[in-house]
Design a binder for this molecule. Sequence first.
Ligand SMILES: NC(=O)c1ccc[n+]([C@@H]2O[C@H](COP(=O)([O-])OP(=O)(O)OC[C@H]3O[C@@H](n4cnc5c(N)ncnc54)[C@H](OP(=O)(O)O)[C@@H]3O)[C@@H](O)[C@H]2O)c1
Length: 324
Amino acid sequence: MRAVQISQLDGPAAARVVDLEEPADDGAVVIDVHAAGVAFPDVLQSRGLYQYKPELPFVPGGEAAGVVRSAPPGAHVRAGDRVAALTMLNGAMAQVIALPAEQVFKLPDTVSFEAGAGLLFNDLTVLFALTTRGKLSAGATVLVHGAAGGIGTSTLRLAGPLGASRVIAVVSSPAKAEVAMAAGATDTVPADGFREAVAELTGGKGVDLVLDPVGGDRFTDSLRSLAPGGKLLVVGFTGGEIPMVKVNRLLLNNIDVVGVGWGAWVMSHPGELERQWSALEPMLASGAVAAPQPQVFALEQAADALAALEDRTAAGKVVLRMRD
Ligand SMILES: NC(=O)c1ccc[n+]([C@@H]2O[C@H](COP(=O)([O-])OP(=O)(O)OC[C@H]3O[C@@H](n4cnc5c(N)ncnc54)[C@H](OP(=O)(O)O)[C@@H]3O)[C@@H](O)[C@H]2O)c1
């Protein structure tokens, strides 16, 4: 089979497409992969900068979609089913993968393989962030940073159907503002000067939730953009720097900073992945939540796909087409 492989930690350019042995089934669900998701943790892993450091050489990728080739007796999926699957940390950018059944989910017929490869990781994180951690209430206003990225576009697709009345997208360019509006933003504001723009849009009130996958030097202005009682959901640090909080700000305006560690949560809560998928799947199947509209790269362009995330040129969720 063909697979993406990283054998030195030189960043996206080190990703090569190679021939590897197919995995043995060993009682797992074997999937013929049609598309694989590309996410920021894959970029960090390619430089050895992620908290999880796979041994070299490794196949990157946390999620994929395709068709079940074989499944063990009693599994909830069987040969021929269209599925999305989570490898979680790495291994998904291969034409064949083998996984425990609980990491495999039947795709609604309306969701393409490319959309399916780009939804589990981010949508389940965002669902967990907005509901379990953020306690999103009906009519709430939400601000999301990095809004044209993977986590960002998931937030734009999910927040409205989960009850938000307004979802403000923070973006770094007009092209990304278009991506954000297409994904469901009600308003877009530029990253530079977002605090003033948000104050104007909300009549000085601020927003109820900030979902922040960027961190860095925007953090204090994000806290200042919260309405009293609001929450900032800490999701990631694509901006590079891990911000510090002066806790007097929390006291002065009765606001919260809330950590969102989806992977740690699902790994320590058996059955949680299935519960989250049971909440998301009907919304996807009915069309209440739109499927992602990913930017698709060919398998041979794996290095370019990873680089698009690192150099901030990606337009929406990035996905690799793994076979024709
Ligand atoms: N906590 C969790 O459980 C969890 C789960 C999944 C992912 N994450 C994290 O969420 C973050 C986002 O992941 P993603 O896959 O959505 O990434 P992505 O698709 O690359 O999107 C990230 C966005 O961040 C913005 N950004 C700002 N400064 C940047 C910089 N210096 N370099 C790159 N991007 C920058 C970009 O938007 P602009 O150019 O418009 O600013 C970009 O669209 C990552 O840190 C990831 O590790 C966390």
